[in-house]
Design a binder for this molecule. Structure first.
Ligand SMILES: NC(=O)c1ccc[n+]([C@@H]2O[C@H](COP(=O)([O-])OP(=O)(O)OC[C@H]3O[C@@H](n4cnc5c(N)ncnc54)[C@H](OP(=O)(O)O)[C@@H]3O)[C@@H](O)[C@H]2O)c1
Length: 255
């Protein structure tokens, strides 16, 4: 089986670091032209530079996913440059919530809902509108988490945002299946070396260490292990996979 995305246009929202960065590099390696979208310009341009250095095509578009007009403009800029949108990966997300619900902060609730949940919603809305305008076809991959399937006792807000992403994924998959558009999610456990997990390890080592020790594989996932699944879901190799949330957890949720 070879996964190839030659002539495809891919958008990676949250492509400046971590899983999004890995997905952008992997999509480009499979032949796609890639839009790297996020707020941090220097980091995003580094990803674009890496893709170009390997002979690929990429561009940076600045976006804050909480701002509707910016998300709409992001998709429009993608289409102005390359004429279409075939694959979209929605990886923008934050997690600063590692306390029980009784101590959770309501301002943090609003911020995490705005980025993780509303941001994913706005991205999907405009990505799917573009895929429909093109006459159908296309693949959207959202970043859920094992916390979209089960709950973290210290992390009610993050758990809620990821369950919401699972719902958005399934609903959109049903809405547009007849137009040949597939909408799926990936649901990783802890992924090593990303700013998001580094934040947790730095501020809440007493929670993160046992969580990682609980993974049957004996280690966290690597970014490339998540990125390869995303590329596969974007490709025609996954042509009948729709509305699915693919857990990438080294066996953790089978316990
Ligand atoms: N790492 C893990 O263990 C893990 C496990 C399961 C699921 N996930 C999920 O995977 C996704 C990526 O996380 P990661 O681990 O790769 O962490 P990360 O490196 O911190 O990635 C988060 C990305 O989101 C972008 N972002 C944050 N706020 C944004 C905003 N308002 N507008 C636009 N972009 C924004 C960041 O870019 P800018 O700061 O440049 O805007 C960055 O590119 C998240 O949805 C996360 O919940 C991660």
């Amino acid at each position: 089986m070879s996964v190839e995305l030659n002539d495809k246009v891919a958008l990676v929202v949250g492509g400046s670091s971590g899983i999004g960065r890995g997905a952008a590099l992997a999509l480009a390696a499979a032949g796609a032209r890639v839009v790297v979208a996020a707020r941090r310009e220097a980091e995003s341009r580094e990803v674009v530079g890496e893709i170009e250095a390997r002979g690929g095509e990429a561009m940076f578009v600045r976006v804050d996913v909480t701002i509707h007009g910016q998300v709409e403009a992001l998709v429009a800029t993608t289409v102005e440059r390359w004429g279409r949108l075939d694959c979209a990966v929605n990886s923008a997300g934050i997690n600063e919530d590692m306390v029980p619900i009784t101590d959770a902060d309501d301002a943090l609730f609003d911020r995490m809902m705005a980025v993780n949940c509303k941001g994913t919603f706005l991205c999907m809305k405009h990505e799917l509108r573009q895929m429909l305008r093109q006459g159908g076809g296309g693949s959207v991959v959202n970043l859920s988490s094992t916390m979209g399937h089960v709950a973290a006792p210290a992390g009610s807000i993050y758990t809620a945002t990821k369950h919401a992403i699972e719902g958005l994924t399934k609903s959109a998959a049903l809405s547009h299946a007849k137009q040949g558009i597939r909408v799926n999610a990936v649901a990783p456990t802890a992924v090593a070396g990303t700013p998001l997990i580094d934040y947790g390890m730095k501020h809440y080592p007493e929670l993160m260490a046992p969580y990682i020790a609980d993974i049957p594989a004996g280690r966290p996932a690597r970014v490339d292990e998540v990125a390869r699944v995303i590329v596969w879901l974007c490709s025609d190799e996954a042509s009948f996979v729709n509305g699915h949330s693919l857990v990438i957890d080294g066996g953790q949720l089978s316990k």
